[in-house]
Write a protein that binds this ligand. Structure first.
Ligand SMILES: [Zn+2]
Length: 249
């Protein structure tokens, strides 16, 4: 199994064309004088890929190759994350500053949907610490555009222009979206609390996209997997590099 070095997803696709290389090769052979001697050149350029989850563009040689044991370990890590999030899945959580977020599962990913003053923005959940008080949700903001929940691409737009897209309609209820449109950020948080929609208080930590969590492997590119070779080292790196826990995006 080959996985994205940024997010460990196996949902990625080649963006460079083999067919185009063949055409260039044929042109060199049959049209360009003495092109026969350099017809191999189009094939030496590395293929590129695009990750459907985090949106990363890179060379295919950066993809990590997992053997069956590592694949099982990675699945187990995701299974643990999945199980730990069940108590808050499809529920609202709030941080100590009364920011509101909905924890959802969509398109194969756990997402934290943050309600901002003028938009609703998805983040990728990469970890959940339930031993801390309050619990800590770790997130990253590298997400492919198809995870947007509103029709607005910009993260800072006029609220009156906002509409839920088809994906957004599957994860936010009409009532929730209407209240978002009609209330200020603080009033929306109060409405959630009064409606008993808030499951728990949490801390949110935004990780740098270059950091690696336990489900994301090590921060070096290799065509051989190093995902689980130095997990302790990875944890230390993650702690040392951790961004300020204040959540301002
Ligand atoms: Zn990715």
């Amino acid at each position: 199994m080959k996985i994205c070095p940024q997010c460990t997803s196996d949902s990625h696709e080649r963006t460079s064309s083999t067919g185009l290389r063949v055409v260039l090769c044929l042109i060199l052979i049959f049209i360009v004088p003495y092109g026969f001697f350099i017809c191999w050149v189009p094939f030496i350029f590395p293929h590129k890929f695009h990750c459907n989850v985090c949106g990363y563009h890179g060379k295919e040689e950066e993809l990590l190759t997992l053997d069956w044991r590592e694949s099982e370990e990675l699945k187990e890590k995701h299974r643990e994350l999945h199980e730990s999030l069940q108590l808050v899945k499809d529920r609202w959580v709030q941080d100590t500053e009364h920011n509101s977020y909905k924890v959802v599962h969509g398109k194969g990913q756990y997402l934290l949907i943050k309600v901002q003053e003028n938009n609703i923005v998805p983040y990728r959940i990469v970890g959940y610490h339930i031993d801390s008080k309050p619990n800590i949700i770790l997130i990253k903001d590298n997400l492919a555009e198809n995870f947007n929940v509103t029709l607005s691409i910009s993260k800072n737009v006029d609220k009156s222009n906002i509409q839920l897209n088809d994906f957004g309609k599957t994860i936010l209820m009409d009532e929730e979206f209407d209240e978002f449109l009609n209330r200020s950020l603080l009033a929306f948080s109060q409405w959630l609390t009064q409606s008993n929609k808030v499951a728990i208080k949490v801390d949110i930590e935004v990780l740098l996209n270059s950091e690696r969590t336990i489900i994301e492997g090590k921060n070096n590119f290799s065509n051989k997997s190093t995902l689980f070779a130095g997990e302790n080292e990875t944890k230390e790196e993650t702690t040392a590099n951790k961004k300020d826990s204040n959540f301002h995006i």
